[in-house]
Design a protein around this ligand. Structure first.
Ligand SMILES: [Zn+2]
Length: 480
């Protein structure tokens, strides 16, 4: 416990550099130890069962390039969708050959049960589908050329370019340099610091947790802990990487459809309530967008998940225990302290303290919501479905201004949502080059491709959808 004792001094009014020093012993003690078991292979003798294409494997000793954490996301589940989303360049026969030595015995094939069923997709003939083959050969040709040009491996060519890394570094430094001003109560920092935090997080955090920042899994796994302003990384893996990306816009499978079902109805699978009649109003949007990150994802969803063992009743959540749970609770307590408590310790009980406790987190939350809610929740995409995994990813997503440098920068590449859903382990700095190629393939194969030129149009579509879903189901013709 000794390295964790300095954390008790954090509430003291110390300069930021001293606070970082107080955190250091805990970080050094935690990282190599068992405080983060997902960064380590399972202990000797403990299996890691996962179901892929109807076959159970024990991957406890499998040296996965995504590191132990990539395998932990698949533990106990039907991970077929996760597997296919991240292995576009691995031909099916090669994948079968690699996995064969880890196949569970026939007795276990009959006994094991997935915590979370597959369902929804038809996998028979998926790899032979002409569209899927076309997309995969386009991807192989694109990154084959990129790898040759840069003199790197094909998998490294898919990660952040040196230019992207420099941008992330500059954004991180700008944020850190603005932090003393926020802590010192300078008014300009009230909005500038959280916006720099958003730009920093948007341009690397999401990629890292999709294994798309770097070729070394340790960078992808550890970098998100530097700026965890969106959610705890462990929670994000469950909500976003496993739940949302495996089953976007599938009722009771995509956790993003049920963040606040009492206040907002995003999908026909959510029961209509009278409160939903107000969801298109400015007041309700202001409230929800303001509390979505700081109150919802960082605290309420987190607590519900750890107590109930499921993320929004959509994704089976692997509960934490022992030292890992302690680290998680310390992380949450640290977030609450840094965001909501310090202003009152620094400025006393006054209006300024209240503003510094509320505005930065609400402003960050707004940026996240403005860049993310328009990507799937539109009339055109919210209830689109396909049993082909890749076509489903495309039908349920919307691009906005995909070739706009500004949309790209401000949204951290979320404006190319279709390409991101097709290739989540590709760093978003490559998506602009892939976008016209994918759009052309969709056109050739008759796959609907939802694209608008500006964020405003995307926003209008989202508002139309929000208003429609707020009406009584019989008024819009949806069963529930
Ligand atoms: Zn994503």
């Amino acid at each position: 416990m000794l390295p964790f004792l300095p954390l008790l001094l954090l509430p003291l009014p110390l300069p930021p550099a001293a606070r970082l020093l107080l955190l250091l012993p805990a970080l050094l003690a935690a990282l190599p130890g068992r405080c983060f078991p997902e960064f380590h292979p399972p202990p000797e003798g403990e299996p890691l069962h996962t179901l892929v294409h109807g076959v159970w494997y024990d991957l406890a000793s499998f040296p996965h390039p995504g590191g132990p954490v990539a395998l932990r996301l698949a533990k106990g589940r039907d991970a077929t969708a996760l597997f296919e989303a991240h292995h576009h360049l691995l031909p099916a026969p090669a994948a079968a050959r690699i996995l064969a030595p880890y196949r569970c015995c026939e007795r276990l094939q009959g006994e094991l049960e997935a915590a979370e069923g597959g369902g929804h997709y038809e996998w028979g003939g998926f790899a032979e589908d002409e569209f899927v083959k076309g997309v995969r050969s386009m991807l192989r040709a694109h990154f084959g050329a990129e790898a040759r040009r840069r003199g790197v491996s094909i998998s490294d060519a898919m990660k952040a370019t040196p230019r992207r890394r420099l941008l992330v570094l500059l954004l991180s430094l700008s944020f850190l340099l603005s932090l003393p001003a926020l802590l010192g109560g300078r008014w300009w920092a009230l909005l500038a610091t959280p916006q720099l935090a958003w730009l920093c997080v948007a341009n690397y955090w999401h990629d890292a947790l999709h294994f798309a920042l770097d070729g070394d899994w340790r960078v992808n796994a550890l970098a998100p802990y530097l700026f965890p302003w969106l959610s705890s990384p462990w929670m994000w893996y469950h909500q976003h990487v496993i739940g949302h990306h495996s089953h976007p816009n599938v009722g009771r499978r995509d956790p993003d459809l049920a963040h606040a079902p009492q206040l907002k109805r995003e999908h026909a699978s959510v029961r209509w309530r009278p409160a939903h009649a107000r969801q298109g109003g400015l007041g309700m949007l202001l409230l929800l967008f303001s509390i979505a990150v700081g109150g919802g994802m960082q605290i309420l969803s987190d607590v519900r998940c750890n107590l109930g063992g499921s993320y929004n009743n959509a994704v089976a959540y692997e509960r934490l225990g022992g030292k890992r749970l302690l680290m998680h609770v310390l992380g949450r307590a640290g977030y609450v302290f840094c965001v909501f408590v310090w202003p009152f310790l620094r400025f006393g009980l006054c209006t300024k303290a209240a503003l510094f406790a509320v505005v930065p987190v609400a402003s960050f939350s707004w940026s996240f919501m403005l860049a993310s809610q328009v990507n799937h929740l539109t009339v055109e995409t919210a209830h689109a479905q396909d049993t082909n995994f890749l076509k489903h990813q495309i039908a349920t997503a919307q691009d906005f201004g995909p070739q706009s440098a500004l949309c790209n920068f401000l949204s951290g590449g979320l404006c190319m949502q279709i390409e991101h859903h097709c290739f989540p382990s590709v760093n978003h700095c490559h998506l602009r080059a892939l976008q016209p190629k994918l759009e052309a393939l969709c056109k050739k194969h008759g796959v609907p491709y939802n694209k608008v030129d500006t964020w405003w149009e995307a926003w209008e579509r989202h508002l139309r959808h929000t208003e429609l879903m707020g009406k009584r189901p019989f008024e819009v013709g949806h069963e529930h």
